[in-house]
Design a protein around this ligand. Sequence first.
Ligand code: ATP
Ligand code: MG
Length: 283
Amino acid sequence: MVYRQRCGLNHTRHVIAAISRQNTLRLKTSGLCRVCMKTIVINNQKGGVGKTTLAVHLAWHLAETGGRVLLIDADAQGNATDTMKLHRGDVTAAELFRQGSAPVTGGVDGITLAASDSSLTDVDRSDAAAIQQFRDNLRSVSAVFDVCVIDTPPSLGLRSVAALVSASHVLSPIYLEDYSVKGVKGLLQTVIGVQKRYGRSDMKFLGLLPSNFNTKSPRQRAHLDQLLREAGKYVFPGHIVARDGYAEAVAEGVPVWKLKKRSAQEAGREIRLVLSRIVEQMG
Ligand SMILES: Nc1ncnc2c1ncn2[C@@H]1O[C@H](COP(=O)(O)OP(=O)(O)OP(=O)(O)O)[C@@H](O)[C@H]1O
Ligand SMILES: [Mg+2]
């Protein structure tokens, strides 16, 4: 019953599939309910706030803890695709917006990447049916993956809306230097607007996640204090510290905790705590 409330439609089918595979014992190995696929959307219309860095690390973390992960790079810049190209699956992100897209297969080490390509920008010119199509395509793979992580572009076009409409969870990295009450309000209004317009009151907003946070900057600390005072209930309990290792990690296509440098190891410990908390909050 609890699962039904969280997962929405087709619950019974997933439960039956899971039981028939007799993998009840596997259900909790990654800290997630494995009966229905969760879809977490990393979204902020502002650019350069740490969306892709977070999305790829979350995918690595989930896969390392035993999850079967579908990572969708819905951003035509293709940054997540560059980092995760080894995990490329047989279906592109653009194809997921079309009817009759092929089954999502391929990928390695627990991660299947639905890659970005140049045709993604055309998707934004599609009609609204593409939103429902994307949602339906995700539903059709929900017995194959435990978690779908969607990296979104820094704009509110059809692709971002479709991702939000399909989300069970939304997380919004924010850069504290950029913080303005107006910007955060707009972000929250977007999420709440999609929830209302598409009847997605079951979608859970996990919060605003301060990212690339220079903890030594008095200005950034002041921005965080202000944010906590004014919108504390929307702030995720944790932050991602600014560390050198991240740029190298995403360029090399490995999680920051796999780099040898001391600062990268430190970053790895910190981000893993945040990632564990995200997984915990996803239920
Ligand atoms: N915690 C961090 N420490 C240091 N650098 C970081 C951190 N997080 C992100 N960065 C750097 O900030 C830049 C922007 O990060 P990222 O690409 O993840 O942002 P984004 O929100 O996905 O950007 P876009 O909106 O353009 O897609 C990158 O150069 C990245 O390496
Ligand atoms: Mg990005």
